[in-house]
Design a protein around this ligand. Sequence first.
Ligand code: ZN
Length: 162
Amino acid sequence: MSETAIIGADRAVSLQYTLSGSDGTVIESGQIDYLHGYQNIIPGLESALDGAAVGQNLQVEVPPELGYGERMEVEPQRVPREAFPADMEITPGMQFHARGPAGEALPVWVIGVEEGIVLIDPNHPLAGETLHFDVTILSVRPATPEEVQHGHIHGPDGHGHH
Ligand code: ZN
């Protein structure tokens, strides 16, 4: 096996995954294509994949602090519906960015919609969860210089445009 088939920094990785919660319930499954070493995926999964080879199957357990963070005990914020674009359908699970104290963008999630009011929460829906990943490595290739410069991949062959 060539050395480029091993996951490490500046490798474009394609993998198949199934994500389950602590109780074994499948949360989601699918394929991820990402550039390794740029925090494009959660830290606990990225570090576990370091050194893995094409074709390898891994079971990875990720604690909240290396996943989507601990759950903050905060009251949901009640935001008037008019604060959102009128033609946009607002549904639970949607993510937006709110302005923080220093003008920084803070991710928030919609957890409910009431009459004229949208309930938002700063917790990622999977915050506080220990995540269980079943991962199979589909392909690993060296990233192009452009991809390394951007910190993300440009499609399966490295030549996609965006
Ligand atoms: Zn780019």
